[in-house]
Design a protein around this ligand. Structure first.
Ligand code: GUN
Length: 299
């Protein structure tokens, strides 16, 4: 039977609507408007698109958006001074510095200079450590989006076998920690893993986050498994000369013949990332004001 296709566009629209309702409630009842500051250093084309989309979505849910565009030659001390100013600005509840940064800037230093409470990316070393030790933290947006979709589709995840293919700091490792927190039995597989196909075939949940176009094929997947595809790869179009096509890390056609549910690319995990950034900003705002956190929008 063909897999159910989990529509990330619809799911993300639902998350944004929930965030929007909570933002309105905060405004009406507490006179508080959540604010997100986004810093872009340089002119990287993809980053410019992401930052524009983040700005538009932030405004659409009724939050304040503060955009800071800096020259690609900006000295590190100037960037750190801006972050310090935003760390101390009570109107700003979330800070995101768009990556990658130009080569002369130390990404680790920059990320760790954002205070953990405003680190809506969940990349600060304190947030990483708190997630790993099961404490309340800011959680990276993409894994949070995957978790929301899994909980929605499967209900309780307790006891399920989950395989995360990919060990990045941004997706693979936090995803594994989130699944562990929901009492899954978690395996992290990667380029050196032996018998990777049979490990995946035994899984109830497969999260693909390796950055290899269509690497995971139907024969890797057990009957009825839930497959979440985090990959976004641009490959030459097989039928249209000179054109490109977006594909995931999962071979959609063969995997959807075996899986119980699958996220497509595009239109699966992608739209959830910005929705979860907004959810994280709302969470950060509630926490900083000593208010209850929005239900269903955190890990
Ligand atoms: N560049 C690509 N994705 C991301 C992200 O999720 N956060 C930041 N800060 N930069 C990115």
């Amino acid at each position: 039977m063909a897999a159910k296709v989990i529509d990330g566009k619809i799911f993300a629209a639902g998350v944004r609507a929930q965030v929007g309702e909570q933002v309105l409630r905060l405004k009406n009842e507490k006179n508080i408007i959540p604010g997100l500051a986004v810093i872009l250093v340089g002119e990287d084309a993809a980053s410019q698109v992401y930052v524009r989309n983040k700005h538009t979505s932030t405004i659409e849910v009724g939050m304040n958006s503060y955009e800071h565009r800096l020259d690609s030659n900006t000295p590190e001390v100037d960037l750190l001074a801006l972050i310090d100013q935003l760390n101390n600005d009570p109107k700003v509840h979330g800070i995101l510095c768009q990556l990658p940064l130009p080569g002369h800037l130390n990404e680790e230093l920059v990320i760790n200079s954002i205070i953990p409470e405003k680190d809506v990316d969940g990349f600060h070393i304190s947030n990483v450590g708190m997630l790993a030790t099961g404490q309340k933290s800011m959680v990276p947006c993409t894994p949070l989006g995957c978790l929301m979709m899994l909980r929605d589709h499967l209900g309780l995840l307790s006891g399920l076998n989950a395989v995360v293919v990919g060990r990045s700091n941004i997706v693979g490792k936090p995803m594994a920690n989130l699944l562990l927190r929901d009492s899954c039995t978690v395996t992290i597989a990667h380029s050196r893993t032996k018998n990777i196909e049979s490990i995946c075939r035994n899984a109830d949940i497969v999260i693909a986050a390796v950055g290899q176009p269509e690497m995971i094929t139907g024969d890797w997947i057990g009957d009825g498994a839930t497959v979440i595809d985090v990959g976004i790869n641009r490959i030459p179009h097989p039928e249209k000369d000179g054109k490109f096509k977006l594909v995931g890390d999962v071979h959609f056609e063969s995997v959807s013949a075996k899986a119980g549910a699958i996220t497509p690319v595009p239109g699966g995990v992608g739209p959830m990332t910005i929705a979860c950034l907004l959810a994280n900003t709302l969470t950060a705002c509630c926490r900083s004001n000593g208010l209850e956190e929005p239900e269903g929008l955190t890990a």
